[in-house]
Design a protein around this ligand. Sequence first.
Ligand code: NAD
Length: 489
Amino acid sequence: MIFGATGDLAKRKLFPSLYQLYRKGEISKNFAVIGVARRDWSHDTFKSHVKDSILTSIGKDENIDEFVSHFYYQSHDVSDSNSYVELRNLSNDLDEKYDLQGNRIFYLAMAPEFFGTITEKLKTEGLTETGGYTRLVIEKPFGHDLPSAEKLNEQIRQSFSEDQIYRIDHYLGKNMVQNIEAIRFANALFEPLWNNRYISNIQITSSETLGVEERGRYYEKSGALRDMVQNHMLQMVSLLAMEPPIKLTTDEVRSEKVKVFRAMREMTSSNVDEFFIRGQYDNGEVQGTKVAGYREEPNVDPNSNTETYVAGKVLIDNFRWAGVPFYIRTGKRMTAKATKIVVEFKEIPMNLYYHPEKPQHPNLLVIHIQPDEGVTLHLNAKKSGDKLKTTPVNLSYSNKGINGINTPEAYEKLLFDCMRGDATNFTHWDEVKLSWSFVDTISTYWESTTSKEFPNYPAGSMGPKAADELLDQDGFKWWPVDGFDVDNC
Ligand code: NAD
């Protein structure tokens, strides 16, 4: 059951992902999808909506009628108990028709304020009482701060136990984010070096060229810290920093990730300025097009104090990482759209190729998450002719190059994991709780101190100057995310 089935997420991501799973044979013919939303649609209207969204997404005409025939629609009012009774009756009929053995997934692709009511009614109206499994998939944001996340969690836990809850962080479905574990734990080359003896710093950038678009109303209350840092950025930090789990099972991986959250240097109102900086975009030019500043966007306060950019230094106070900064930055209206991780290795103890005019570059491991997918290892090799000079060389693996395989969309992987009952790539409540408590101190401090500098970076740049100073003071600099050519850095 997809709640919010007439919405944007269902159309762009969920229906096409379900179809890809079906095409690959990951979903058998024993399935049904009930679209649940407010509009007064018939089954047929919904089917043709689903068909359109899939055909638009795959970009070609394919016969998908048999697939679409499994879709049904239920017009619904979230707070009206009768709606749930009708939904239960339809579910029971379809259960019998398709021999579903009572297995049900409830996907809440709706605004979070409805989550509590829906989960409560699903239980009280008997939709969760089946002979099979019942699972709840919840979209972000999971709360607005720790108290609201706790309240929401308490509400949904009245109807679903923790192991039935799949909290989506779609970054965890991305191919190269899932590959962080493989790169680290399947290669003799990296894990022995993966610590403070050999790594000087780690940089995670997630930049967008888009502005706030139509989401001004939501974004004004959220900002980049809540929208990106609390979930995606800190999740990537935890995957990079965790200890090798004893097995790659859900519980073992989660328990190692939770330890990372617990080891993060606590923020206090007196140290936020030292570790985190915020930005808001001004008007400017993005890839040749003039664009407005954040304060001029629709539904945005002309004196807004909301950050559209965050850069921060996260310290992990444990044996492996003491002294290694994890720098994170994320923002809107930046130079390029990219998500990348750069692992910078320390200098070798004695550099025989030391050249005063041409300092040698450190070794870098770059994990390209989006839009490119791949890994690049930056090494130094000898320059022919000159005995003392080295030149940077790159070893690159790009997913695009491999037999034209299109890696599955994150939602496809996550939906498949949920159907198989594998919650490893979903966030456990403990992770959500700890990441909110980390972020809450920063947001409370920022909300209590209006930024006098806003707007402080032009659209089309890589963010405010203070973000560079954050690394400068530690003797580092941000590695570029676009057209990564170490020789020119
Ligand atoms: P949307 O506004 O496009 O769709 C909302 C859906 O909820 C519609 O189907 C609407 O009919 C339904 N709805 C609203 N009020 C209702 C009511 N009172 N009763 C019954 N149905 C009601 O939203 P969206 O962009 O699809 O996002 C849904 C959720 O997914 C949100 O939590 C959002 O934060 C999250 N999300 C969306 C995206 C995305 O790319 N769109 C990405 C990540 C997370």
